[in-house]
Design a binder for this molecule. Structure first.
Ligand code: PLP
Length: 372
């Protein structure tokens, strides 16, 4: 192995769009940051996770299922699809479960895109969209944000005869903003019949704006519309990797053609079945988030920081030099997300934490800003 020069490099054997990609930057494990800095109690506000923790009912369900781990999961997620179908009042044939909603984003790109076709996305939206498009060898048509919000009129303008997918984050990550009902309905009226609309509603439960359009209300049996939801955010189960799509039966059918037969683990299935009944956990999460949002807004204003008002559980904050502030906060034991890879070098994205975590963040932020 050592010393030999390869005749052919791996990147010569893959799609040029794949070779050109920068890999997703997940950030270091908290334990590693603590070890390197020689500090304890590092606060992680970098991945929009639920700071309250997982649902206690989900934990109990997982403990009860541990002795079955010698068996493969139910490849149909039978009970869970029944439960979700009942919850949304649709047939189970319209529910598709994934290894996180990110898997479903990838499968949709694999299904509907190929070289010569394109997908329309917004600038400064979830990085997984552009990764999935590039992995399928297709072109991303990127439309600028307007006032930190998806510009659905401009996105509709960008759709051409080769556009097979439009990815819409609502709320959008990393801006935390939503598009409203009137813009959404105008958009729907303009999307041509061969373009699949993906409404990624990972933060659905956090939204307070009454003009927020729930895309599930717009499935009419004809429209090529896919609604994505996840258990990673409000339900606090990001580590289990489970999310789902609601779509037409024929779209779910095609997704089933290409997915791995056991893409959703046993523990994920039982945990979600339990978490869906844990209304107390959801209520508490929303309360902690609402209080955190109000506190952080107040403190960002006091510190003279420009931020984007959020409908989710995170803030996009203009700190001048996002990378530098990220590094300095890290040394004070607070992990946020720099936004260079999102094309926003002035910003950091900060997830709303528990009360004491938010205090730690503001204290550290104040120290960093005063020193510069
Ligand atoms: C967190 C997030 C998801 C959820 O991804 P999972 O794979 O379900 O954990 C999806 N879309 C956006 C925009 C997100 O921020």
């Amino acid at each position: 192995m050592e010393g030999r020069k390869p005749l052919v490099k791996a990147e010569e054997l893959v799609l040029p769009s794949v070779a050109a990609l920068a890999p997703y930057e997940p950030g270091k494990p908290v334990e590693e940051v603590e070890r390197e800095l020689g500090i304890k109690n590092v606060v992680k506000l970098a991945s929009n996770e639920n700071p309250v923790g997982p649902s206690p009912l989900a934990i109990k369900a997982i403990q009860n299922a541990l002795h079955e781990l010698n068996r493969y999961p139910d490849g149909d997620s039978y009970y869970l699809r029944q439960r979700l179908a009942q919850h949304h009042n649709v047939s189970p044939q319209r529910i598709f479960l994934g290894d996180g909603s990110c898997e479903i984003l990838n499968l949709l790109a694999q299904l509907f895109l190929r070289p010569g076709l394109n997908a329309v996305i917004s600038a400064h939206s979830f990085v997984i969209y552009s990764l999935a498009i590039a992995a399928a060898g297709a072109q991303a048509k990127v439309v600028p944000l307007r006032n930190f919000t998806l510009d659905l009129d401009a996105m509709a303008d960008a759709i051409d005869e080769s556009t097979r997918l439009v990815f819409l984050g609502n709320p959008n990550n990393p801006t935390g903003t939503i598009y409203k009902r009137d813009a959404w309905e105008r958009f729907l009226a303009r999307v041509p019949p061969r373009t699949v609309i993906v409404a990624d509603e990972a933060y659905f439960e956090f939204v307070r704006d009454p003009d927020y359009p729930d895309s599930l209300r717009y499935h009419d049996g004809e429209r090529l519309l896919v609604t994505l939801r996840t258990f990673s955010k409000i339900f606090g189960l990001a580590g289990l990797r489970i999310g789902y799509a609601v779509a037409r039966e024929d779209i779910v059918g095609m997704l089933n053609h290409i997915r791995q037969p056991f893409n959703v683990s046993t523990l994920a299935q039982v945990a979600v079945l339990a978490a869906m009944d844990d209304h107390e956990h959801v209520r508490k999460t929303l309360e902690v988030n609402a209080r955190g949002v109000a506190y952080l807004e107040r403190e960002f204003r006091r510190l003279g920081l420009d931020f984007v008002p959020t409908q989710a559980n995170f803030f996009l904050v203009d700190v001048g030099d996002g990378r530098a502030v990220f590094e300095k906060l890290l040394r004070l034991g607070v992990i946020v997300r720099p936004m260079n890879s999102y094309g926003l070098p002035r910003h950091v994205r900060i997830s709303v934490g528990l009360e004491e975590e938010n205090h730690r963040l503001i204290e550290a932020l104040e120290t960093v800003l005063k020193a510069s």
